[in-house]
Design a protein around this ligand. Structure first.
Ligand code: ARG
Ligand code: ZN
Length: 495
């Protein structure tokens, strides 16, 4: 589809002339950020990616990563130059087959200037050849590449891609992925989707994973290390692949007792959210020292610490709920984090109710009562918390409280229709908090602007609603049984 190929016999200079339309003056560089006010330099302007093909090789002893990324994209403007978000050392870039010039810029920008400018709406193939030791790279003073005694893991939010592949690093540009990694025999490489093949040659085993549904860059994960891999199929027919570091020590049993419930819990969640959106499910527990879990698409990341207090099915429910709320339907901008975390936390409340350890209404009442009006908790607006409070506990607990307030306002029938309809309404796409409000209004037939404003946007404790009050005023509110497990998942905060 490239102009150069349409005129193979024409000498280069003449081809260049042919390729430059009269509107040459309109060519401009793509923006260094996609336009997210929380993170001005995350993602890039000027193109939209449809597929990443990553062919890599990793040596756990030295943390050396090398490989080639082939990025399929389409230009969204007449483009003279564009950025990728990346930190490793680049040796060659090609755009539509031709060598391009490139330079590192800012905190994590790789600036690529193609030999010839690209017209708007044209397909573009970018090949980036690179190598480096990810653990030696940082941006803004931090790294999210987590070294382990037996390898490394890339899993973090809102950023983890810069340390291992060049990308348009923002959830509004989702793409499919083929990730193929060669590691020394005896080491495993875990990524998203389905394992297509694993074969050994001359001491190196190559693992090839495929994600054939759109996936955000921060939901793309890579784990390199010594894992025990288990496979199965849920009763509802979803293939499950889990992996456990062989080095989990005392947490091994509790980790397996939790994550091996994945198939059962996926099936349980389909009752609330509709059919599971992806071709496989599962999770992995590497031997990191991190504390959080992350909803990496189809292959959830769990820190061993999540299981330090014993098994925790609640965290598994949380991360699996994200497969619908966050992964299938992704946020439009990072300010929309509530459509991820409010619902993943609410799923934990539904699980608590199912387990007979406290109803959603009881958990809502407990959250409401346990934060007095002058608690800083109420100053965080889950509907637009700001980058510093993006993962504040209020986004989760006040966020789920808002979901319960919505349920009480529109009634169970409309509420559960919204819960199940939403992933279908925006399947494999992106949506905002405002989109959610409009959808809930449409399904329930009720105006909800005031309710959303009170529960999600006001920096103060909402007055207890007159009807179906969240808490019987004056009565002591008992701590639901499930609280300990739910609270343990709050370990997600902080790096
Ligand atoms: N989405 C994750 C969860 O709620 C939170 C990840 C927070 N990131 C971090 N670096 N602590 O499961
Ligand atoms: Zn979450």
């Amino acid at each position: 589809m490239h102009r150069r190929i349409l005129a193979p016999g024409v000498p280069a200079a003449a081809a260049l002339l042919l390729a430059i339309p009269a509107s040459a003056a309109s060519w401009s560089p793509g923006a260094p950020g996609i336009g997210d006010p929380y993170y001005p330099y995350y993602g890039n302007g000027g193109y939209d990616v449809s597929h990443y093909d990553l062919r890599l090789k990793y040596q756990p002893r030295t943390d050396e990563l090398q490989g080639t990324a082939t990025v399929l994209a389409r230009t969204t403007q007449d483009l003279s130059r564009f950025d990728l978000d990346f930190l490793l050392d680049v040796s060659e870039v090609r755009v539509n087959g031709a060598e391009a010039s490139f330079t590192a810029s800012g905190q994590h920008e790789l600036v690529v200037t193609p030999k010839t400018p690209l017209a708007k709406g044209a397909p573009m193939t970018v090949v980036v050849r690179y190598s480096g030791v990810p653990s030696t790279k940082s941006a803004y003073g931090f790294t999210t590449w987590h070294r382990t005694p037996d390898g490394a893991v890339a899993a973090d939010e809102p950023e983890s891609a810069w340390w291992w592949f060049p990308s348009n690093d923002h959830p509004s540009d989702k793409a499919t992925f083929d990730v193929s990694v060669a590691v020394p025999d005896g080491t495993q490489a875990i990524s998203n989707g389905t394992l297509q093949s694993a074969s050994s040659k001359l001491g190196w085993t190559r693992y090839t994973w495929r994600q054939d549904k759109p996936q955000a860059t921060y939901l793309t994960t890579l784990a390199l290390g010594r894992f025990d891999i288990t496979t199965g199929t849920s009763e509802g027919g979803v293939p499950v692949v889990n992996a456990y570091s062989r080095d989990l020590g005392a947490n091994d049993g509790a980790a397996r007792a939790s994550v091996e419930r994945t198939g059962e819990l996926v099936d349980w969640l389909t009752g609330y959210f509709g059919p599971y959106p992806f071709g496989s499910a599962g999770g992995y527990v590497p031997n990191t020292t991190t504390g959080y879990a992350l909803e990496t698409q189809t292959r959830v990341y769990y820190s061993p610490k999540q299981f330090a207090g014993g098994s925790n099915t609640s965290v598994v429910v949380h991360e699996l709920a994200h497969q619908w709320y966050g992964d299938d339907v992704s946020l439009k901008g990072w300010k929309d984090i509530w459509i991820n975390e409010g619902f993943a936390r609410y799923a934990q409340w539904l699980w608590s109710e199912h387990e007979g350890e406290g109803t959603a209404q009881e958990l809502a009442g407990y959250v409401y009562a346990s934060h007095p009006a002058d608690d800083a908790f109420w100053t965080v607006a889950p509907g637009d918390p700001g980058p510093d409070d993006q993962f504040d506990v209020a986004v989760y607990d006040r966020g789920a409280l808002a979901v319960q307030a919505l349920r009480n306002e529109i009634g169970d029938d409309a509420f559960f229709a919204v819960l199940k309809g939403w992933p279908k309404e925006h399947a494999y796409g992106n949506a905002s908090v405002a989109d959610f409000r409009r959808y809930a209004e449409q399904v329930s037939g009720k105006p909800l602007a005031a309710l959303f404003d009170t529960w999600l946007f006001q920096p103060s404790k909402p007055a207890a609603p007159a009807a179906r009050s969240l808490v019987r005023t004056g009565a002591a509110v008992a701590r639901p049984d499930s609280w300990r497990e739910i609270e343990a998942t709050n370990d997600v905060h902080g790096r």
